[in-house]
Ligand binder design. Structure first.
Ligand SMILES: [Fe+2]
Length: 460
């Protein structure tokens, strides 16, 4: 195991004073660090000092709009000014509780769906360093929560709510300026589909247009609606667009079966025997075109498991996007979902295989009955088999793959996950990427809440 730090971000504080939040995604960001140092593990955690978090602490009330929470309007005029401030972004949260990425220049950035919720932290002390200011003039309020980050690039999508579509943008290491690569206009609906993540291949950026769309009407409501800031629009259909990374041109745009996904796993280019591009394959954690999962993530549901099997089904959805001008793409299960207990989300791959043909992915799976993914799974997408790690009462967070230095096999490395236990305890677990057997576990001396996404910061 190389020396370095695994950082994990996620909502961790779900209350202000005596007021309790309702949804998993509302919580104020808590960073957890596991520092690996010559076989020793040092753990730490710290709150991200976003403006939203600081204001809540100072005023003992919600001051910004979180995922499902809206500050109470004291009077009608205040409510009107809230609606105005929503469109300027002033009332939106900067609670960076979703992901954490290490940029090619070494800076470490915490992210959420609002652009203002891009916050730099110190990976050693976990101290909040301040807001990451985008110096371009691209504007907009939101972006994909999961950019594609490599040593040389940072690519993301900016949904355009005014002229429904998406800007594909990239930012070079060492800069804060995003440049436009291209633009995709929506083909269905009056607003863009929610884009939490997207995949890339070596030469293309894929822009998913999901029928779960941003909803202007739900955005301004003062109380949570069943789908929060979104709307399910099956009549608007679903599409996948393929944009050239170099020219920004749309190389393909196909209608695909309806889908619901938050996390793409990977994508790659499929060629024929002569090396000509025939299709693009893109895999995602797909929720059977059913939005129910969003409501299942309410805290009251998560905290009240009574043995009923209530976790909605999910699978590895594999898109095949023809590159010959055909108007339709396919969406199928990449393997039998029963292999991973029909639970599937929070995925990682060997980062060396980003955008390339790959075989293995790691994700949270399920052992039923359950109300939440309660297992870790290693997926073999060639042999169409899954292996499962399961510990009674454990709720594992995203299994994160770290390659062994010098490894030549795709799955040669370790998989790290932080486990929350039924009794409030927590431990970190390390699995062998090849065998998926447990190598080590380390117990925290106190509770660590469930969290979302992580990254690896190698020791320099
Ligand atoms: Fe995510």
């Amino acid at each position: 195991m190389q020396n370095g730090t695994y950082l994990r971000n996620g909502p961790g504080v779900w209350h202000i004073h005596d007021y309790n939040f309702r949804h998993l995604f509302d919580g104020y960001a808590t960073l957890v660090a596991l520092q690996f140092d010559n076989g020793r593990l040092i753990a730490a955690h710290r709150q991200i000092e976003s403006e939203a978090y600081k204001a809540a602490k100072e005023h003992n009330k919600l001051c910004y709009r979180e995922f499902s929470e809206v500050p109470k309007a004291d009077n009608f005029f205040k409510n009107v000014s809230d609606v105005i401030s929503l469109f300027t972004g002033a009332s939106l949260t900067d609670n960076a509780n979703t992901g954490v990425v290490r940029l090619g220049d070494g800076r470490v950035l915490c992210l959420t769906e609002t652009q203002k919720g891009s916050i730099l932290i110190d990976p050693d002390s976990l101290e909040t360093l301040g807001r990451f200011e985008y110096t371009d003039k691209l504007g907009g309020l939101i972006h994909a929560a999961h950019p594609i980050v490599t040593e040389t690039d940072f690519i993301t999508l900016l949904p355009d709510l005014v002229r429904p579509g998406y800007l594909v943008v990239k930012m070079k290491p060492g800069t804060n300026e995003r440049k436009v690569v291209g633009r995709v206009d929506c083909r269905g609906g009056s607003t863009p589909g929610w884009v939490h993540s997207f995949p890339v291949t070596e030469n293309y950026v894929l822009v998913p247009e999901m029928p779960l769309r941003y909803s202007a009407k739900n955005l301004v409501k003062a109380e949570p609606t069943p789908l929060y800031k979104f709307e399910w629009c099956p009549n608007s259909k679903a599409f996948m667009h393929v944009v050239s990374k170099i020219s920004g041109k749309i190389m393909a745009s196909v209608e695909v079966p309806l889908f619901v996904t938050f996390h793409f796993i990977n994508a790659y280019e499929e060629t024929d025997d002569e090396g000509r591009l025939i299709a693009i394959i893109a895999d995602c954690c797909e929720h059977e075109a059913d939005t129910t999962i969003l409501d299942k993530l309410k805290l009251e549901n998560l905290r009240s498991f009574d043995g009923q099997d209530v976790l909605p089904d999910a699978r590895v959805g594999r898109f095949t996007i023809p590159m010959d001008g055909s108007p339709y793409g396919k969406l199928e299960s990449a393997l039998d979902p029963d292999e991973h207990g029909r639970g599937m989300d929070m995925c990682s791959i060997n980062p060396s295989y980003l955008g390339k043909k790959y075989r293995y992915a790691y994700a949270c799976g399920a052992r039923r009955p359950c109300n939440f993914p309660n297992a870790l799974t290693k997926l073999d997408l060639v042999n169409k088999k899954a292996e499962i790690w399961y510990d009674e009462g454990a709720v594992p967070s995203e299994p994160f793959f770290v390659a062994r230095p010098g490894a030549t096999e795709e799955d040669d490395g370790v998989v790290i996950s932080i486990i929350s236990e039924e009794n409030g305890g927590a431990y970190a677990v390390m699995l062998d990427g090849l065998t998926f057997e447990e190598i080590a576990r380390a117990r925290f001396p106190y509770s660590i809440p469930y969290g979302l996404h992580g990254c690896w910061v190698p020791k320099t």
